[in-house]
Each structure stands twice: as structure tokens, then as C-alpha cells.
Design a binder for this molecule. Structure first.
Ligand SMILES: Cc1cc2nc3c(=O)[nH]c(=O)nc-3n(C[C@H](O)[C@H](O)[C@H](O)COP(=O)(O)O)c2cc1C
Length: 379
């Protein structure tokens, strides 16, 4: 199967090729959760090179669950900004998908007020300086599911082609699935089946809000690297249950799709990563097998060339999401398509002052990208 071939999702929408822009937070939105022009330009320029779909940066569904100063899909006031974002994402006619999230225990205290940080259980994250959140009441859990549903309704009104639930990278949906973060003993925690209840309820709520004709996707971290975390076997069961809800795709979040290496909760982007729990099987292949064509599978992590994308497809992926390569080179896909890969920019310019203007990256995003050594390659 060619990476340039189209694919029809369960909902009937068609994606023109297998390349998708991965969700990329800019950390450069306004305080009220709207996207300024430079954030829209970052997206528009990259979408213009002809990706089959563009996934937005993660939009918060609740004000008290914000983990950075990003876009919001939390109330009707966000609609005009979401409409402009959907238009920018469609710059070359690709599908526009809104990713939605809640931060849970890794919400940012400066943004939400310390007393309001709430999570599945009162267990602090492993991130340096993390504070202990309070456990959500059952009503709050139900309200958060309703917030995911309402955000999906806003996405529909704003003209998006679909919504992706951010169930990966240690945010709230992931936390409900994790035995490390979720110590509840009600219907939302305890056994593996109960830890699946929140992700499944959020997915069902989003599907209900979107109706059958829009794309509903779910992004998952395939396993936790921490020794007492959930395993690939656990995540396979979750994917199989998600596929029963007629989701259009499951996206596998990895640093490198070949290496089965999800990001640890401590957010160490360089240096050795604990591998104690690394499965021998490729998560992409494992998920493709259990999903068995009921939903499409999207791979991500380390895709820098056409051959990388083809490698992911060989492992069982239907789609590939490209992140850092399009941050660094906005014209990445055009160069891949015209077989001019030798001219692809391999890293951000050495001089920080050259980055924003030349590459259409909002200045605050430049600071964010450079704040974690080893995260984004430099020339
Ligand atoms: C600047 C930046 C922002 C990101 N923001 C998000 C996000 O909002 N949601 C998400 O699911 N992943 C996010 N990611 C992860 C990427 O979507 C992707 O999975 C990861 O970078 C690995 O793919 P790559 O090697 O192609 O970059 C972000 C990555 C980067 C570099």
C-alpha cells in the first residue's frame, strides 16, 4: 500500500494520503485560550504542503485542567477562534481534527490555582516539583466526561472534520487508565476493567456528540515505562474496547515508533530511559493485530523520511503522524513528495533569533522548544 493512497474512515470521510501533522502544542495561545495570528500561521504554512489531515495542538476541555497556555474548547466563547483554526488547518484541503485534553494531576498550578488541581487520586506525578492533587468526586468525574462531550460539540459547530481524545502522555485520560495514578475503588478504578471506564466513557461521549459522520480518534501511550505502570497487554485490551465503539482511528504515541519507547512521566527528553517494562513486540503491530481493521492505526515518533513512513506502514500502521520534522521544516511534505529529501532542514537554526521569522514559529513557541535540551534537533 502506498503512503500516497487515500483511506476511507469508518465514518465515511476520506483522507487523501497517509501523512498527518501530529498534534503540536505551541504554548503560544492567548490567556483566554484563543489562537493569535502567529499560531494560525504556524499551522497554515505546514498544512499547505498537502498533509491528508492536520491534528491541532491539544485544546483544554475545562479551565481547571490546563497544563500550558494553549487553545481552549471549553465554552462557546472559544468558537470563533476554533473556526479560524479549522480554516488554517485546511490550507491545502486536508482534514482538520481537533485534539482535546484535560491535564488532571499535571495541570499547571500557575494557570488554574493550586487549590483546584484535581485528578483520579491524590497521588503526585513523578515530574520534578509536582504537587499532590486532590481526588475528584464522582460528580466531578461525570462532569469531566461531559466536558469532553461539550468540547466535541464545539468542534462540530466550528467545522472540524473530527476530534481526537488525548488519552496519552500522562494527561487525565491516561491517568485514569494508569494503576500508578488511579487508586480509586469506585466504578472508575481498581481493576483493569474499571480503569478502562473513563477512557471508554469519554470516547463514547465524543462519538455521541460528533454523530456517526465525523472522525473520532483516540491517542494512547502503548505502555508505561515505569515498573508499576500499565503494560502493553493492558493497552491492547483498551484498544480493542475502543474499536468496539466504532472509533475511526487509534493513534499510538511514541518517541520513536521503531524503538517501542514512550516518554517517561518525568519528561526526560535526552539521556538514558528506563526500559524495564519494554515489550519485545512493536506496539504498532500489536495494536493493528487486536484492532483487526475495525479502526485505522496511526503511528508516530521519529518519522523524518518517506522510508520512515513506509517502515511504520509495514509494521501495521495505516497512517503516520509527523511532529518534529514539520516543526523544523514547514515544507517537509512537499520535499518528501518531490523526492527532494536531501534539502529537508534537519534542525532549527543555531541562532535563536533566526527561528521565528524564517520558520513561522511563534516566539513563545521558540522559547518552549528550546527550553528542553535534546528535544528538538539544532543545526
Ligand atoms: C512542540 C511539540 C508539541 C507537542 N504537543 C503535543 C500535543 O499537544 N498533543 C500530543 O498528543 N502530542 C504532542 N506532541 C507529541 C507529538 O505529537 C509527537 O507524538 C512526538 O513529537 C513524536 O513524533 P516526532 O518524532 O515526529 O516529533 C508534541 C511534540 C512537540 C515536539
Amino acid at each position: 500500500m502506498s503512503v500516497w493512497s487515500s483511506l476511507k474512515f469508518n465514518c465515511g470521510r476520506e483522507i487523501a494520503n497517509r501523512f498527518v501533522i501530529a498534534p503540536l502544542t505551541t504554548d503560544a495561545s492567548r490567556e483566554d485560550g484563543t489562537a493569535p495570528d502567529n499560531e494560525l500561521e504556524f499551522v497554515r504554512r505546514r498544512a499547505a504542503s498537502g498533509f491528508g489531515a492536520v491534528i491541532s495542538s491539544a485544546a483544554y476541555v475545562a479551565e481547571d485542567g490546563r497544563s500550558w497556555q494553549g487553545i481552549g474548547a471549553a465554552h462557546e466563547g472559544h468558537l470563533p477562534s476554533l473556526r479560524r483554526l479549522a480554516e488554517a488547518m485546511r490550507a491545502a484541503g486536508g482534514l482538520a481534527i481537533l485534539q482535546i485534553y484535560d491535564g488532571g494531576r499535571i495541570a499547571k498550578p500557575e494557570l488554574i490555582g493550586e487549590q483546584m488541581m484535581r485528578a483520579p487520586s491524590a497521588v503526585a506525578s513523578l515530574r520534578p516539583g509536582a504537587r499532590t492533587p486532590r481526588a475528584m468526586t464522582s460528580d466531578e468525574v461525570e462532569n469531566l466526561i461531559a466536558s469532553f462531550r461539550d468540547a466535541a460539540s464545539l468542534a462540530r459547530k466550528a467545522g472540524f472534520d473530527g476530534v481526537e481524545i488525548h488519552g496519552a502522555n500522562h494527561y487525565a485520560v491516561h491517568q485514569f487508565f494508569s494503576p500508578r495514578a488511579n487508586r480509586r475503588d469506585d466504578k472508575w478504578g481498581g481493576t483493569l476493567a474499571k480503569r478502562m471506564n473513563f477512557p471508554l466513557a469519554a470516547a463514547q461521549a465524543v462519538r455521541d456528540a460528533l454523530g456517526p459522520k465525523l472522525i473520532a480518534g483516540f491517542r494512547v501511550t502503548p505502555f508505561e515505562v515505569e515498573a508499576d505502570g500499565y503494560t502493553l497487554e493492558d493497552a491492547k485490551l483498551l484498544c480493542s474496547e475502543l474499536a468496539k465503539l466504532n472509533l475511526d482511528y487509534i493513534s499510538v504515541s511514541q518517541d520513536d515508533y521503531r524503538m517501542s519507547r514512550p516518554a517517561p512521566e518525568t519528561r526526560v527528553y535526552s539521556g538514558p530511559v528506563e526500559r524495564s517494562n519494554t515489550p519485545s513486540e512493536s506496539p504498532v503491530t500489536a495494536f493493528a493485530r487486536v484492532i483487526a481493521g475495525r479502526s485505522a492505526v496511526m503511528a508516530s515518533g521519529g518519522i523524518k523520511t518517506c522510508a520512515d513512513a513506509e517502515g511504520a506502514i509495514k509494521l501495521g500502521a495505516d497512517l503516520v503522524a509527523v511532529g518534529r520534522a514539520v516543526v523544523v521544516d514547514p515544507e517537509w511534505l512537499s520535499k518528501v513528495r518531490s523526492k527532494s529529501e536531501a534539502s529537508i532542514l534537519a534542525g532549527l537554526p543555531k541562532e535563536a533569533s533566526e527561528i521565528a521569522g524564517a520558520l513561522s514559529i511563534p516566539p513563545r513557541m521558540v522559547e518552549y522548544l528550546l527550553s528542553r535540551p535534546g528535544w528538538i534537533p539544532r543545526l
